[in-house]
Design a protein around this ligand. Sequence first.
Ligand code: SF4
Length: 372
Amino acid sequence: MAFQKKLLAWFEKNKRPLPWRKRYRPYEVWISEIMLQQTQMETVLPYYERWMKAFPTLEALADAPEEKVLKAWQGLGYYSRARNLRETARRIVENFAGKFPSDFDSILSLKGIGPYTAGAIASIAFNQDKPIVDGNVLRVLSRLFAIQDPVDSAAGRAKFWALEESLIPKGRARDFNQALMEHGALVCTPKNPKCPSCPVNADCRAFREGKQEAFPVKGARKKTVRVAAGALVWKRGADFFLHRRPAGAIMGGLWEFPEWKLAHGKEMSAREAHDLTFDRARSEFGTEFDAFEPAGTIKRNYTHHLETLYVFTAEGGEPSKDARGWPSAWVPAKKFSAYPFTSAHAKIAEIATSLSDTPRKSRTISRSGKRS
Ligand code: SF4
């Protein structure tokens, strides 16, 4: 138990005063765990504070309109998580009398909570002897024990899960799991781990062998695929055209400017993107525009994809049809704050806002971009 004792003593002295560590309320632990999935602590903290002001209790979240919940989540990505939080809160109110369940299987039965998150909630909120295997824990354990199994494989994860569970000092899961995570965040960092001052360096096999940065072992990386997309900032007087993504679709319930995928697996020039977006917009809405101009590009990164989103502004025209059939609205820029957008479309909204007071000359533009 020597290494566990040293780690617990280190945690006691060095733990950060995170807001959910004040009382370990299950609701607060749950929200923090979901927000911290694939998001850095510094990014999460202001979101967490705002969230707790907007939805201070599970009941407040259950009663909140979906649009308000999505708006509070805007910028964190993976919007299904925000929808699941609200739906789960409603289910807890209905099925568990508003009390967050404490047994592992009931936690696991909740929407949006897999075994790793259930382990985190059971151990941190309820101090049950359940393991946590987040990125920090995987890194620390892989180095301490010089584990060669890839941390990104299912078999590797299962092995780490069993190992972590076997290491928990009885009745100390809350502190021990957080100590491992905190140590990974502050000392055993991905690059340049602070080994000379590490409290468990005498127990660390990777350190003894001088191979700290060879761990954690990862499987072969997939190649990044290039993607191009075009988006339209369509202005009519003071208003801009927005679509609402339908429920059930990816990012359902979020609002966005019209957008089209233009190319997958290849580069696309700005000129080609202009012509394709122009064609798609005319055909989808059955209209001609008085002006159609480039307004900037936005880079988006998502699992193994690197996307260039070309943004165009258009004026004039009237939709004679809307091929997508999604709910839509003409919205003035000053009302954008009430509409939940993805991060990319929040950036497009900034472009639209900067245009909202700029009168433009009427002109027409041909498919090749020549004005007349
Ligand atoms: Fe991590 Fe270095 Fe400590 Fe090993 S000695 S646990 S590699 S910080």
